[in-house]
Design a protein. Structure first.
Ligand code: ZN
Ligand code: ZN
Length: 348
């Protein structure tokens, strides 16, 4: 019998604790609680000539409650509502001068007001039961401190049940004892704050990863474009002019980009349209214009390159820089290659 009672008590404690933990996260009243005390409530009532007893860790002390053991008869207020907000609320007490608990429903006014009315009427303790529809959920009530009065909250189902029994004329008594202390390390504001912080950090990490990935893709495309351009220019023939070539006779043409006459040892690039110009003049021209300066033939298109004009200058600078580095290292190794070392950049 004792073992059964203990088992029931343990199960009751576990389910109570689950409900209580859930409630702590949802109830604003719990936000400043650091430690709360549960209450063991031992209720006794008579059905016919049978005495029934219920014991469980079913209550929780209010934050300003006295923490001590109290016993007494449970008395609800007279009248239609059990809110006990009005100072004139009456409690029908028996003839004896026994200690009694006021049984009050949550709502209508704050906890302090309810407790004060009950205290003024001479109650030794106050049992407040939760709103209808909240099952047996409880939480530590915030109220003004009452050093000598025990204030506990019980679930709505339990409170309603006691109220109905008393309405049927059944005498219900209770012994309230201090249960266990629970320390709450995190209140729900802290949990919300932690969630916001974690979400923010996660967002920034995601954003940074995405940004780096985009940059890598961009860089790869850029490198591919440079390689394509180099290949394309590689298809355009280069020629070093020599003494005796017809282009450098007094009747020969000038380069239409720099207006200089062609001289021996000038490197010229021959376009797909067969027009030729100084290599150093035509390469940047093609990158920025795309066409032959003489016949407007679309050279890049003819080489299968589609280039956005706004990137041309940037691309040109990058190619020049890259090729300058290449030619410097090549110059270090092959000093006999005078054409490459003398050229500020080369697209080949
Ligand atoms: Zn030129
Ligand atoms: Zn041309």
């Amino acid at each position: 019998m004792r073992a059964l009672k203990l088992d029931a008590r343990r199960i009751n404690t576990i389910s109570w604790f689950v409900r209580f933990t859930f409630l702590l996260l949802l109830t604003p009243n719990s936000c400043s609680a650091n430690a709360v005390w549960t209450a063991y409530i031992n209720m006794t009532f008579y059905v016919g000539d049978r005495m029934l007893s219920e014991l469980g860790e079913t209550g929780i002390f209010g934050k300003g409650s006295a923490l001590k053991k109290v016993s007494g008869i449970i008395v609800p207020p007279d009248g239609k509502t059990q809110h006990v907000c009005h100072p004139n609320t009456n409690f029908s007490l028996g003839k004896g001068r026994e200690t009694w608990f006021a049984l009050i429903e949550r709502g209508g006014c704050n906890f302090t007001q309810k407790i004060q009315v009950a205290v003024d009427k001479g109650a030794s303790g106050v049992i407040i039961y939760n709103f209808a529809g909240t099952g047996n959920q409880v939480f530590p009530m915030s109220h003004q401190a009452f050093t000598d009065i025990v204030v506990v909250m019980i679930g709505n189902l339990k409170g309603s049940k006691i109220f109905r029994l008393i309405q049927k004329g059944i005498r219900v008594t209770a012994i309230i004892e201090v249960g266990r202390r629970h320390v709450i390390f995190m209140n729900h504001y802290l949990v919300s704050f932690a969630i916001v912080i974690v979400a923010t950090i996660a967002y920034f990490i995601f954003y940074q990863i995405r940004k780096n990935r985009m940059a890598r893709i961009q860089n790869r495309r850029w490198q591919e474009l440079i390689a394509d351009l180099k290949d394309a220019f590689g298809q355009l023939q280069l020629r070093v002019l020599k003494e005796g070539d017809e282009e450098i006779t007094p009747n020969g043409d000038n380069c239409v980009i720099c207006f200089e006459p062609y001289k021996a040892d000038d490197i010229v690039r021959i376009l797909t349209c067969k027009h030729f110009f100084h290599k150093d003049c035509i390469d940047p021209w093609i990158l920025s214009h795309g066409t032959c300066p003489m016949c407007k033939c679309d050279i890049l298109k003819a080489l299968g390159i589609q280039l956005d004009a706004e990137y041309a200058l940037e691309l040109l600078q990058e190619i020049m820089l890259e090729d300058l580095n290449d030619s410097e290292s090549a110059n270090d190794q092959e000093t006999n290659n005078e054409v490459l070392s003398a050229t500020p950049y080369s697209l080949e």
